[in-house]
Write a protein that binds this ligand. Structure first.
Ligand code: AKG
Length: 272
């Protein structure tokens, strides 16, 4: 599924989030599941567990492609970059982040409402993320939630620790804290869907989003977020970001192109 219908691109631009059904075939899901198990068994230096009181596990990690061939192959050869390029109407894409998010059964932490923009060193509109579940997801085991149209509000809220809800005190104040969406649920148009493995969400970096806890006793919720930025993206240093490499060649206001943010589209073609 290399390209997406024009109607989905229009919907992404209007709503800031779309569901792409059957984006990845079963072999890609298996590749990512196996790679995820390897990372869970051997967490990297950016890994965290947000689970409260040792109940469940809310594991996150970044930059897995540098350590695992399964993630590397998914980025290089799966339809992900072509889909992202279509949805962002991008002629060029840089990979911005790979973020593994595993909520094991019995994890009480929700993922708190936030936008992705203030967590990344990126300025620009062409910035979006996949959320690719590797297990069937419903409200009970932690599917995602989005405030439709919030990418058009023209506001970027202060980042929080996504699994704990605490403010990132080192960050700028931005436009203050995000509104308490759950205190006034009828005031917002909230989008949430059940997904099957192979389906995914794609959402804009300014779209407010959250995820449910995994309240089940026995249903895992493994997911990969992959973030891409298009040709309008510029590097904007943000010193509080824990998953950055500290790349020295990047220049404030310059392109992202670097080992940290490799160009992934147009896709490299093997030479004959
Ligand atoms: O997987 C989750 O719980 C949340 C994912 C998320 O917030 C993100 O991908 O930005």
């Amino acid at each position: 599924m290399p390209t997406v219908p024009a109607s989905l691109v229009d919907q992404f631009e209007a709503d800031g989030v779309v569901v792409v059904r059957r984006a990845f075939d079963a072999s890609w899901v298996e590749t990512l599941r196996a790679a995820t198990e390897r990372i869970l068994g051997d967490p990297g230096r950016y890994a965290k567990d947000y689970a409260r009181g040792g109940r469940g596990r809310f594991f996150t990690d970044h930059h897995m492609r540098l350590r695992d061939d399964g993630f590397r192959r998914f980025i290089a050869d799966s339809p992900a970059v072509a889909i992202a390029a279509s949805l962002l109407r991008a002629r060029k894409l840089n990979l911005v982040d790979e973020h593994l998010l595993v909520k094991e059964p019995g994890t009480e932490n929700p993922t708190y409402w936030h936008q992705d923009h203030p967590y990344y060193e990126v300025r620009g509109r062409q910035f979006g993320s996949f959320w690719i579940p590797l297990d069937p997801v419903t409200r009970e085991n932690g599917t995602m939630r989005f405030v439709k149209g919030s990418h058009q509000w023209g506001r970027i809220f202060r980042p929080i620790r996504i699994g704990l809800g605490e403010a990132v005190t080192e960050a700028d104040a931005f436009d203050g804290p995000a509104p308490d969406i759950d205190a006034e649920p009828t005031a917002y148009d909230i989008v949430e869907h059940d997904l099957e493995p192979g389906d995914c969400f794609f959402f804009h970096a300014a779209t407010l989003h959250a995820a449910h806890p995994n309240e089940t006793a026995d249903r895992r919720r493994r997911a990969l977020s992959l973030r891409f930025a298009g040709e309008d993206a510029r590097w904007q240093p943000r010193p509080y970001i824990p998953s950055q490499f500290g790349t020295r060649t990047l220049v404030d206001g310059g392109p992202l192109d670097s080992e940290q943010y490799p160009v992934v589209w147009p896709a490299a073609r093997p030479t004959a």
